[in-house]
Design a protein around this ligand. Structure first.
Ligand SMILES: Nc1ncnc2c1ncn2[C@@H]1O[C@H](COP(=O)(O)OP(=O)(O)O)[C@@H](O)[C@H]1O
Ligand SMILES: [Mg+2]
Length: 462
């Protein structure tokens, strides 16, 4: 049975219970009131008869009593019969007024004695027709019962319609939500439900839509990532294979021109192997960051060594791309607190990006300066620059700029580099700054603490 039907039945069941209780209460009250009114009427008739008997006794007028009893029988039709008994010294007399009623009767007796002459007394037996007494209250009881039943039935029908509508409103997004969940389960993401309400259901649908959208984005990122990884692995491997073929083809040629060419090819092979190594390192580091297991061992280190190593690493590539790669980090800068391997990875990523996005004839500069008790290392280029809207999101995992595939070296990128840069610099407690102007170039800098603390010589885990 559907939730809607169950909810409607439950609500109607509850209402039926409430209506029955209320109706029962009303009828019971009505019945009690009718019984009380009947008892009061019997009481009133009894006291009227007593008063008539007393008057007759005082006035010694028997006919007056008979007349009064007849009058009472007319006034109270339920009083059907009265048997009057006079008792006087040496004599007694009885007279019946009316006819004993049929069916159920209430029999009562009233006796009065003359206070001046106690031997004179009148006793009156009277019979009240119970059926006549009850018929009036039964009529009004039936009327009230009918009204209660009608009101209850109307309320029930009205409430049933309301309960059905209510259950429908409450449960209507559940069916589409179940369909959407099935779709998501089958790996089709991104569809949203249109449902507007400010209650918990509205919030639930909103959260579900956000989840569906997020899953679609993640799925898209995953697909892009897999195709980027394939490309980033395949293109250097293909290049290495081609250069090895070229080297093999010229192995028998002993001329100096052929040997110079072989040297150039070998340099290209090494260049591509470095590209692969940096890429594999990116993959491993981002996996460690995601697992939360990346650690940085902080120790005093000169940044000039890092910049020198990175320049050497990319020198050949820069020459090939006809970009001037400069290292302007002053050797007299104070040592910083850092993890030398991780910082090399950071600077290598920044220089790699800068070379990718700087056209031939441009330059890439690694610089550093001391500022506010810290050292800022920067990588500047004269490349394509980054759009202002892209800057804030580039440090997120898998995030790439809109022109990320228009690179000088043909690589497509994976969106891991700046994410790793930010994670490592965060671990060092440093800040990152991006200054970029589309078509004019980009400068990305980060700050590191100067290693002046007394315990700075011992490596510290961050
Ligand atoms: N020096 C730069 N000049 C222009 N764009 C850049 C530069 N550095 C980074 N970017 C932009 O930032 C994006 C993210 O960089 P990154 O995280 O290293 O990923 P990837 O290099 O794999 O594309 C790049 O796709 C590119 O759009
Ligand atoms: Mg990169």
């Amino acid at each position: 049975m559907s939730i809607r039907a169950r909810l409607t039945l439950w609500l109607c069941g509850i209402l039926l219970g409430v209506i029955s209780l209320m109706g029962g209460g009303i009828l019971l009250t009505q019945w009690t009131l009718a019984q009380r009114a009947a008892a009061e009427q019997i009481e009133i008739i009894g006291s009227s008869i007593r008063r008539a008997a007393y008057d007759a006794l005082l006035q010694s007028d028997d006919l007056l009593l008979v007349g009064n009893i007849k009058f009472l029988e007319r006034q109270y039709p339920v009083l059907a019969w009265a048997g009057i008994h006079w008792k006087r010294p040496g004599a007694g007399q009885s007279i019946d007024v009316g006819r004993p009623p049929e069916g159920r009767v209430v029999s009562k007796t009233v006796s009065v004695r003359d206070p001046l002459s106690p031997s004179k007394s009148i006793s009156i037996d009277f019979k009240i027709s119970r059926a006549a007494l009850d018929s009036k209250s039964e009529q009004s009881f039936r009327r009230i019962a009918k009204m209660t039943l009608f009101a209850g039935a109307s309320a029930f029908v009205f409430f049933m319609a309301f309960a059905f509508e209510f259950a429908k409103t409450l449960t209507s997004p559940l069916g589409p939500l179940a369909d959407l969940s099935e779709e998501i389960g089958q790996g089709r993401f991104g569809r949203k439900l249109s449902w507007r309400s400010r209650d918990e259901i509205g919030r639930f649908v909103e959260a579900f839509n956000a989840m569906s959208e997020k899953l679609a984005t993640l799925d898209e990122s995953k697909k892009n990532f897999v195709s980027s990884v394939t490309h980033e692995l395949r293109s250097p491997l293909g290049a290495i294979e081609s250069f090895i073929h070229l080297i093999e083809g010229g192995l028998d040629d002993p001329s100096s021109a052929a040997s110079a060419a072989r040297r150039v090819y070998l340099e290209r092979v090494r260049d591509n192997i470095q590209r692969l190594r940096l890429f594999v390192e990116d993959l491993l580091t981002s996996a460690a960051i995601e697992r939360g297991s990346m650690t940085c061992l902080l120790a005093p280190m000169p940044l000039s060594r890092t910049s020198k190593e990175v320049r050497e690493l990319f020198q050949a590539r820069a020459a090939e791309l006809k970009v001037l790669l400069r290292d302007e980090v002053p050797s007299e800068l104070p040592s910083v607190l850092g993890d030398a391997d991780k910082l090399r990875h950071v600077v290598a990523n920044l220089v790699h990006n800068a070379l990718k996005f700087t056209p031939a004839g441009g330059s890439v500069t690694i610089g550093a300066r001391r500022e506010d008790g810290q050292v800022w290392l920067s990588v500047s280029d004269t490349g394509t620059g980054i759009e202002a809207e892209d800057v804030s999101k580039l440090f997120k995992l898998f995030s790439k700029g809109r022109d990320s595939e228009r690179t000088q070296d043909g690589s497509r990128g994976t969106g891991l580099g700046l994410y790793i840069v930010k994670s490592i610099i965060d671990k060092h407690g440093g800040d990152l700054r991006v200054r970029s102007e589309p078509r004019f170039g980009t400068t990305i800098s980060f700050s590191l603490k100067i290693a002046t603390a007394p315990d700075a010589s011992k490596p510290k885990e961050a």
